[in-house]
Design a protein. Structure first.
Ligand SMILES: NC(=O)c1ccc[n+]([C@@H]2O[C@H](COP(=O)([O-])OP(=O)(O)OC[C@H]3O[C@@H](n4cnc5c(N)ncnc54)[C@H](O)[C@@H]3O)[C@@H](O)[C@H]2O)c1
Length: 250
């Protein structure tokens, strides 16, 4: 195992499950002090037990990433605890497919809050600390951030927004030494994907367009890409969206 994150501190949201958990473990195994955040406190505890068992230095925080004030407090707490901040991985997210006419205002606000506003809140709060360390941000977008997908309108809107924040922040902060990149996975085997169902009344052919040509991805494969972008190996890469989708968007 490489040691690219020795002496570095990383915030990882969504660390209780799936891609966030795999990323927190990967960065931790490579030496990072992990400040793991999630709304799922028992999942976080479970993650912390596994991470500590693997010799990873880890602190956890129960955080609802759709709450701006809580996000600002979380960054302050992370810097307090770790002494600095080198990497922010915005990974927490939710998804729910439906026909456009069935989506509620409440779900619009919730999905935009968790998937998109969180990236704005945490990036804004983390930026002064990342400028200090010459650090970077990796955002979890999706193929839904690169293309339209039937029955996925809110999620697509949020993930296109994540790509936009990635590119805008990358431009604004490049000369101050902070890189900002995004990863765009297709279908990855996690609890989020397992809970995804074709909505009633959906056209199976349109739904099928979301499927990768290769088999589904694994969380560890996405974590490898996040670790690459967050490391000095990617020193010359910013504003990039790295697609891992088994050919879905060819
Ligand atoms: N699984 C896929 O096929 C896939 C594809 C593309 C992108 N993604 C993205 O990857 C990210 C991780 O998803 P996953 O597949 O690992 O799902 P997951 O459900 O396994 O993990 C998501 C995590 O986010 C946490 N979370 C949810 N709401 C939160 C909130 N308000 N505050 C803090 N944490 C919250 C959950 O508790 C969970 O631990 C998401 O942004 C998702 O959109 C997933």
């Amino acid at each position: 195992m490489q040691t690219r994150f020795q002496g570095k501190a990383a915030i990882v949201t969504g660390a209780a499950s799936g891609i966030g958990r795999a990323t927190a473990l990967r960065l931790g195994e490579e030496g990072a002090h992990i400040f793991a955040c999630d709304v799922d406190t028992s999942g976080l505890e479970d993650f912390a037990t596994e991470a500590k068992g693997a010799g990873i230095r880890v602190d956890t925080l129960a955080l609802d990433v759709s709450d701006g004030e809580a996000c600002r407090d979380a960054v302050a707490q992370a810097v307090d605890t770790c002494g600095k901040l080198d990497v922010l991985c915005n990974i927490a997210g939710i998804s729910q497919l439906d026909l456009l006419e069935n989506y509620s205002d409440e779900l619009w606000n919730r999905m935009i809050g968790i998937n998109l506003s969180s990236v704005f809140f945490l990036s804004q709060a983390a930026m002064p600390h990342l400028i200090e360390t010459g650090g970077n941000i990796v955002n979890m977008a999706s193929t839904a951030g690169l293309q339209g997908q039937a029955y996925n309108a809110i999620y697509c809107a949020a993930k296109h927004g994540v790509v936009a924040l990635t590119k805008s922040n990358a431009q604004e902060f490049a000369r101050r030494g902070v890189r900002v990149n995004a990863v765009c996975p297709g279908g990855v085997l996690t609890p989020l994907l397992r809970a995804t169902k074709m909505p009633e009344g959906a056209d199976a052919e349109l739904f099928g367009r979301m499927m990768p040509l290769l088999s589904l991805g694994r969380p560890e494969e996405i974590a490898t890409a996040v670790a690459y972008l967050a490391s000095d190996d990617a020193r010359y890469i910013t504003g990039h969206t790295l697609t891992l989708d088994g050919g879905q968007t060819i």
